[in-house]
Design a binder for this molecule. Structure first.
Ligand SMILES: Cc1cc2nc3c(=O)[nH]c(=O)nc-3n(C[C@H](O)[C@H](O)[C@H](O)COP(=O)(O)O)c2cc1C
Length: 311
């Protein structure tokens, strides 16, 4: 089958025959994944093959009880990986740079492209696949379960195997609602209504379930943020605490700090300490809020983006 026909016919497969994938096929599929383009040739990703049945079962639970995670003949976790490149630089006598925000962006692109190539190569050999973002329901647990070092972050799972179903290609938005020319065209109501009518009510239900208020994405977000920080990809976590202080909510700022991994917030008569595992920052002020704001500023001025050291 030519490449375009393969792409045009693709659909996620979630039911697999139990037969294993021969190693020779697996090697070809993984080699094809490695052919994907990669930022600066750096290959800022890793592919983790999960073989341990108990670990598969646990991952299926993390993903909210998705049976294909446990049952697919092969299951991979795609990882954004800045750890390896950092180690290579160190070995060669260079100091790795510190770029926690943009680093994650490029590493996620690399991992996702490798995953897309992996999926298409698998399809070319007659296998089916489904991506499993549900693993990120519990990002912190996932990091622990897979023993990921700092600099490595899970992007998604990918289940593959011989298909036991033959789904037809699923609907997509009309191209003109997705492709813009020269400048971004803000969507008119009529275009949005067209999107809804083309994609249907089931689509809307899924959107609301995931992206609506109190949906899946909101539920995932706090653990995702903490895991990101622990892995060395923190946004300026203390920024939100600082913003809360400005709006005058001391309690919420403390909650934000403790929720984003600072171990303790200690108040004295006119001073405050915020503490992480291996460092602490002091602030002074006439009010507890002022003192805390100064401690938070001190931590930010040091270029620390939260309580976790980059590995
Ligand atoms: C990042 C990402 C995460 C996904 N997570 C899941 C998942 O956890 N479980 C699942 O069954 N499908 C998952 N999918 C598959 C999508 O549901 C699927 O691609 C989408 O519904 C469109 O259907 P199609 O792939 O058959 O065209 C995911 C896809 C992507 C790209």
């Amino acid at each position: 089958m030519d490449a375009l026909a393969l792409i045009e016919g693709r659909a996620s497969v979630r039911r697999f025959a139990p037969e294993p994938i021969p190693e020779a096929d697996l090697e070809r599929i993984l080699a094809a994944a490695q052919r994907a383009p990669t930022d600066a040739g750096a290959q800022l990703y890793s592919i983790l093959r999960v073989r341990d049945p108990a670990l598969r079962r646990r991952l299926a639970e993390v993903a909210g009880g998705q049976p294909h995670v446990e049952e697919a003949p092969e299951f991979f976790v795609l990882l954004a990986d800045l750890y390896r490149v950092g180690r290579v630089l160190e070995l060669a006598g260079h100091t790795p740079g510190h770029f926690p925000r943009s680093g994650l962006h490029f590493a996620v692109i690399d991992a996702a492209l490798a995953g897309a190539f992996l999926e298409l190569a698998a399809r070319a050999l007659g296998y089916g696949a489904v991506w499993v973002g549900g693993l990120l329901n519990e990002a912190e647990a996932l990091v622990r379960l897979l023993a990921l070092p700092p600099g490595v972050f899970p992007v998604a799972g990918l289940a593959i195997g011989r298909p036991a179903e033959a789904p037809r290609p699923r609907p997509r938005l009309p191209g003109r609602l997705v492709v813009h020319t020269d400048r971004y065209q803000a969507y008119e109501e009529a275009a949005l209504a067209e999107a809804l009518s083309v994609m249907g009510t089931r689509w809307l239900r899924v959107l609301a379930h995931y992206f609506g208020r109190e949906g899946v994405m909101e539920a995932r977000d706090p653990a995702f943020g903490r895991a990101k920080a622990k892995q060395g990809f923190a946004d300026d976590l203390t920024a939100s605490a600082a913003a809360l202080l400005e709006s005058g909510s001391l309690g919420e700022a403390i909650q934000e700090l403790l929720g984003s991994g600072w171990r303790g917030v200690l108040f004295g008569a006119d001073e405050v300490w915020i503490e992480a595992e291996d460092r602490a920052f002091r602030g002074e002020g006439e009010t507890p809020g002022e003192a805390l704001a100064q401690a938070v500023r001190a931590s930010r001025e040091e270029g620390s983006f939260g309580p976790f050291e980059r590995g």
